[in-house]
Design a protein around this ligand. Structure first.
Ligand SMILES: Nc1ncnc2c1ncn2[C@@H]1O[C@H](COP(=O)(O)OP(=O)(O)OP(=O)(O)O)[C@@H](O)[C@H]1O
Ligand SMILES: [Mg+2]
Length: 315
């Protein structure tokens, strides 16, 4: 695939906060650098307090970096020319509970200058995109968390932005609510939009993100496509066999290159990819039945936890 255009560029961002008058400054971002490519779903992943929201606030021009540069669509984030091309869902959005979904979206459409004759149809479109047409005229106080979060996403899409920035769009949602948000995000990518999302829900990231950056304590520990970040499946393979005779099982178990689990009817062996043939052959010759052979892929969770541990070890 050809290199995509970089629509968000973050270079060596440092951010210091002064917790209070006379108190020592606290560095929360230590030279953060990453890119977001056009048309992708980018996951900005990190534990609580890592600096995700701070980075996003800098991108939104809400706070200034202490050092470093950030640009969106080739414009410095301090400028305002590109603002009509982006949408933003903050971390804890608040919506006036006595308004209906239609009323609140109409309000945001007015704020972002959607012409009055276009407004009603735009609001209908937005309700459709986030799958809330059925609840358009219900007051927000009757909405579930998942429905409210979808109102938030719809609000971020009012001006049909090229890039949408979402701060923790799935947090606090049940599996169904998360799936609904994932589906909306995937449909945005389908329309060619770029989605930037902060999150710590790794299964969602693995399911929908094209590229990720992992931030821990204000430092980027890893970044790249999911395939680049998750160590390759060629490293090891899980072989599951049944009816493996005890003598063969014992011999294989004593082999330092084989990690064996679950003795009894079924045995699972994790072996390096290049030894799979040899292990299968030994099992088959001994009369065992091969149940499955699965290349092992590290989960994002394993990679994430090791990045967090490394950072803790380094401090
Ligand atoms: N205005 C502020 N003044 C002082 N410290 C701040 C301020 N805003 C954030 N911080 C600190 O900066 C660090 C990063 O916070 P940030 O909100 O960016 O983390 P996060 O990755 O978004 O976490 P979460 O997953 O909990 O949302 C935290 O230690 C936080 O306490
Ligand atoms: Mg946050």
């Amino acid at each position: 695939m050809a290199e995509r255009r970089e629509v968000v560029r973050v270079r060596n961002i440092v951010k210091d906060f002064r917790p209070g008058f006379g108190l020592r400054r606290k560095r929360v971002l230590h030279g953060v650098t990453f890119d977001v490519h056009e048309g992708e779903i980018f996951g900005f992943v990190g534990p609580n307090g890592a600096g995700k929201t701070t980075t996003l606030k800098i991108l939104m021009g809400l706070i200034r970096p202490t050092e470093g540069k950030a640009s969106i669509l080739d414009r410095d984030v301090g400028e305002s020319e590109f603002r009509n091309q982006i949408g933003f869902l903050p971390e804890n959005p608040y919506f006036y509970p006595f308004l209906t979904a239609r009323e609140i979206l109409d309000f945001y459409a007015r704020l972002s200058g959607v012409a009055s004759q276009r407004r009603a149809s735009r609001v209908d479109e937005l309700l459709g995109i986030v799958n809330l047409s059925h609840a358009a005229d219900a007051r927000l106080r009757t909405f579930s968390k998942g429905m409210l979060q979808r109102v938030g996403v719809a609000q971020a899409l009012v001006n049909d932005p090229q890039i949408v920035f979402l701060d923790e769009p799935m947090s606090g949602l049940d599996p169904i609510g998360r799936k609904e948000i994932r589906d909306v995000i995937l449909s945005l990518r389908g329309e060619g939009k770029t989605v930037f999302m902060n999150t710590h829900i790794l299964s969602d990231v693995e399911m929908i993100c094209d590229r990720v950056a992992i931030i821990v304590k204000g430092r980027i520990r890893q970044q790249g496509s999911i395939d680049e970040i998750l160590p390759d499946s060629t490293h090891s393979t899980d072989v599951v066999v049944a009816q493996l005779p005890v003598d063969v099982a014992t011999r294989l178990e004593s082999d330092p290159g084989i990690e064996m689990r679950g003795l009894g009817e079924r045995v699972e062996m994790r072996v390096s990819a290049k030894r799979v043939g040899e292990v299968l052959q030994a099992a088959i010759e001994a009369g065992a039945q091969v149940i499955s052979v699965t290349p092992h892929r590290h989960s994002l969770e394993e990679v994430f936890l090791s990045a967090v541990r490394e950072e803790e070890g380094a401090r």
